[in-house]
Design a binder for this molecule. Structure first.
Ligand code: SAH
Length: 230
């Protein structure tokens, strides 16, 4: 697994962001700002070393992605997370990226998380309530829902940005349908070997797909399969 640093001595969120800039993972000021604003420590299990560049177990056979993966996805989606835009976070887990999306699209935009483990939905809402995204949750531009994310979240479609935080065997059609022309989806695709795919819906509705990098995510699957351990 790729890892840019180990967390010894890194105990501050800002330093984590500076590392990501130093290693070239973050080049955008906006992405740096949002990752500074949303403190990762509020989203990892109590006592876990929040700023280590590593995924971490969050229960229910799920993980919070490593900081460099969160940063990579924010960078890839930056143009589609402008104020007023709509963003969907499938497999929202801890709620970390949903909170980042909400800050970027702002109060006139819409950030929606969909997660199929109800306990994670509940804990993600608690995490967000402690973060700087709390007012957006209260005012309703940010929401997290329990559901099968393979179906997307039609109520707030179409989306400028869709992020999928779990690896799909193939790109779900419902998510393609809910992507706006000009919209972008970032989704890990594969089983054992996975690629982070960047899926652009062109203005004429056609789809362009490229592979960004090899990744290792938990599967986008049914709740039963996940709780059985896949
Ligand atoms: N971006 C999240 C990633 C969590 S791991 C974070 O960094 O916190 C992937 C998440 O996808 C898990 O929480 C898992 O429960 C969820 N998941 C897997 N399959 C799903 C599905 N079909 N519908 C909704 N959520 C799903």
């Amino acid at each position: 697994m790729q890892r840019f640093w180990i967390g010894n001595g890194i105990n501050k969120n800002k330093q984590m962001v500076e590392h990501l800039q130093h290693y070239g993972v973050i080049s955008s000021m906006k992405v740096a700002e949002v990752m500074e604003t949303i403190d990762r420590a509020l989203f990892v299990p109590d006592g876990a070393s929040a700023y280590v560049d590593s995924p971490m177990a969050i229960g229910y056979n799920a993980t919070i992605s490593a900081p460099h993966m969160h940063a990579t996805c924010l960078q890839l989606l930056e143009q589609n997370l402008q104020p007023g835009m709509h963003a969907l976070d499938v497999g929202s887990g801890t709620g970390y990226l949903t909170a980042c999306f909400a800050i970027m699209v702002g109060p006139q935009g819409r950030a929606v998380g969909v997660e199929h483990i109800p306990e994670l939905v509940a804990s993600s809402i608690k995490n967000i309530e402690k973060s700087t995204a709390a007012p957006l949750l209260k005012e309703g531009s940010l929401s997290v829902h329990a559901g099968d994310g393979r179906q997307g979240w039609p109520e707030c479609a179409p989306y400028d940005a869709i992020h999928v935080g779990a690896a799909a065997p193939e790109i779900p059609q419902a998510l393609l349908d809910q992507l706006k022309p000009g919209g972008r989806m970032v989704i890990p695709v594969g089983n054992m070997f996975q690629d982070l795919k960047v899926v652009d819906k062109n203005m004429d509705g056609s789809i362009s797909i490229r592979s960004e990098t090899s990744v290792r995510y938990v599967p986008l699957t049914s709740r039963d399969a996940q709780l059985r351990g896949y």
